[in-house]
Design a protein around this ligand. Sequence first.
Ligand code: SF4
Length: 229
Amino acid sequence: MAPIPDFPLIGGYLPTSFLDWEGKVAAVVFLTGCNFRCPFCHNAPLATGMAEGLKTEPVLSDILRRRRFLDGVVVSGGEPTLYRRLPELLTWFRDVAKIPVKLDTNGSRPDVLDRLLVGGLVEAVAMDIKAPWEKYADLAGTPVDTDQVRASLALLKPLGTFLELRTTFVPDLLSIEDLRRIRLQLEDDPRWIVQLFQPAHALDPALRDSPPPSRREIEASLEGVKVRG
Ligand code: SF4
């Protein structure tokens, strides 16, 4: 077999996860760097590029060795679509490891997503919907061109059940009314999931002491919505 190429931006690796790809056993590869600064981010070292890089070879050879026991690989971040060599990495998963890939994205790079879909390099995608469009910059911690996020949404919608849309509910930054507005902007898409904010490792220290959100309040206020966490 050809030598494993070096992908220097791998900043984290979880050999086995039952949570990152619903219904599947997956390895998770985290890429460093993100163009957002969500105050609630729980992957701060990855988002800010401070995570210590991992050697590629042990990560990819571990996936190769265990691929019979894995349903797939989740490529997460940070924001993976920023990584210039993402197509090369995904091609390696498809053609060498022969393992399906799910991509996690903030949806800010529809041009990249389009290329990955056209190239048949991802099987499934989980895309964040941070906030109602008019509040996006507050939740992303930076100005966001929401037209790009909408374009990603339009591109990914045909994925059917291979698409997941997710919003992290941070009670200090979003209200139940905001969740209703997100649901409306997604036209009540059944693939939308509300994730409960985990305050402990939030990027913004001011949020770390926030009371955790109430699952019961969300379920009582938004009938039929899926809540995770
Ligand atoms: S939560 Fe926000 S800052 Fe953190 S990795 Fe995701 S998009 Fe980037």
